[in-house]
Design a protein around this ligand. Structure first.
Ligand code: 2AM
Ligand code: CA
Ligand code: CA
Length: 266
């Protein structure tokens, strides 16, 4: 486990928000739900959990900036430090009673991801990473998988949702990848997909049209677990371009090659 003051702040905030989310998941049929766009739901649960996170983080680290899924960007006096907060990653799952969702909080320092916490309240799985300190799941040190034969690999993905993204491009990528790997999974939370790569459960993951707060914490987790991440063009602009290809060294390289070819073929 990482016992730095920063980790304590992040974990305390996340666990507090998790109590609110868990209560709401227990009575999800009573939640007020609104739409931000086609298939883009926001519920009272997202808003409440975000409020808890925002208050706790602002109190512990006054002046840090925020990028909040619901609240947007809030500049702080301290421009070096920015929190990326997704209070509920996997809202569609949550609202359907599917127990696969998480809270994700990442800290960017001087333009680079510095620390991340992802918590799955249903499985009680807490993923933490801080630059140079490694990545952990509960108290276990994480390492990306060692599988190199694609035929043994399970790869997670995100499917572009209704009204967003390029579905033909995704299907070209999927067609090539599913013909080579043991299995492809679409689990519905980008944060938990990256956490699964860090934990070696999934060997790779790719998705386009993700937001900064979906991936911020997961990027540092994968890196601290010895994995590799890039944007869909092979660069470092995951946050700016909203695309991510992650995995162990071999799987990430192969996924990236396929994704780059698929986008050219379009
Ligand atoms: P969310 O639940 O916080 O919206 C899954 O592919 C990822 O995409 C999740 O991280 C999910 O985050 C996000 N997502 C799913 N549907 C979305 C939509 N309609 N608009 C934006 N992000 C979405
Ligand atoms: Ca969300
Ligand atoms: Ca999200």
């Amino acid at each position: 486990m990482i016992r730095t003051p920063l980790m304590t702040v992040m974990v305390d905030a996340v666990m507090k928000a998790a109590r609110s989310l868990k209560r709401d998941f227990g009575e999800v049929e009573n939640l007020q739900v609104s739409r931000k766009g086609p298939s883009d739901f926001v519920s009272a649960a997202d808003r409440k959990a975000e409020q808890v996170l925002r208050e706790a983080l602002a109190k512990a680290r006054p002046g840090y900036g925020f990028v909040l899924e619901e609240g947007g960007r809030i500049e702080g006096g301290d421009t070096q430090n920015v929190w990326y907060v997704d209070p509920l990653d996997g809202t569609t799952n949550f609202l359907h009673g599917i127990p696969q969702f998480a809270i994700s909080v990442g800290l960017e320092r001087d333009g680079k991801m510095y620390a991340g916490v992802i918590y799955d309240p249903i499985k009680d799985e807490l993923y933490v990473a801080e630059k140079g300190q490694g990545a952990f799941l509960n108290n276990r040190r994480l390492r990306v998988s060692a599988r190199t034969d694609l035929a043994d690999c399970v790869v997670a993905c995100g499917i572009p949702f209704l009204g967003h993204g390029n579905h033909p491009e995704f299907l070209r990528e999927l067609g090539t990848i599913m013909a080579k790997v043991a299995g492809v999974r679409r689990m519905g939370s980008a944060a938990l997909d990256l956490a699964a790569v860090a934990a070696g459960r999934c060997d790779g993951y790719w998705e386009r049209n993700v937001q900064t707060y979906d991936i911020a914490a997961g990027l540092i987790l994968v890196r601290e677990a010895g994995g590799f991440v890039a944007d869909a063009d092979g660069g470092e602009q995951m946050m700016q371009k909203g695309s991510v290809v992650a995995g162990n060294e071999v799987v990430q390289r192969e996924l990236l090659r396929i994704v780059r070819t698929a986008s050219k073929a379009g």
